[in-house]
Design a protein around this ligand. Sequence first.
Ligand code: DQA
Length: 158
Amino acid sequence: MVRILVLHGPNLNLLGKRETERYGLTSLQEIDKQLMSLAKAQGVALETRQSNSEGTLVDHIQDAAGKFDAIVINPAAYTHTSIAIRDAILSVDIPTVEVHLSNIQGREDFRRSSFIADIAVGQITGFGSQSYLLGLLGAIGHVQGGENPCSLRTKAEG
Ligand code: DQA
């Protein structure tokens, strides 16, 4: 069975209360519930974790080696700052999908750059809580080698 780890970065524990006009009213607990239902429907195993701490996120990524087939991560503010999270993803060599609720390309300049984007399988940004569900489907498709845009591109290039 395909195993997927979802990681939520700092301040995402406040979803539903934090800047709701930007990030929506859906709580992290509800997002995790939706992810669990989708995982069940897709026949994959899912675990989710949230941390406000960069080091703890690095620990979770390191611990994922050999236990998970893909990671879906919203690194939140660490997206724009964290070489440590980038290096951890590179170290474990687990396909990783980057997700964001807001469209980071349409926001402040400092949010347009990501330390994760170029090492990720893909980035999903701007679809609110649905970004996670789309990210999960992308990760499953990537692991199963199905006809998602990533595998099509690989086939076309390869
Ligand atoms: C975010 C975008 C980040 O720039 C921000 O720091 C967040 C949330 C998003 O999901 O839109 O905390 O990752």
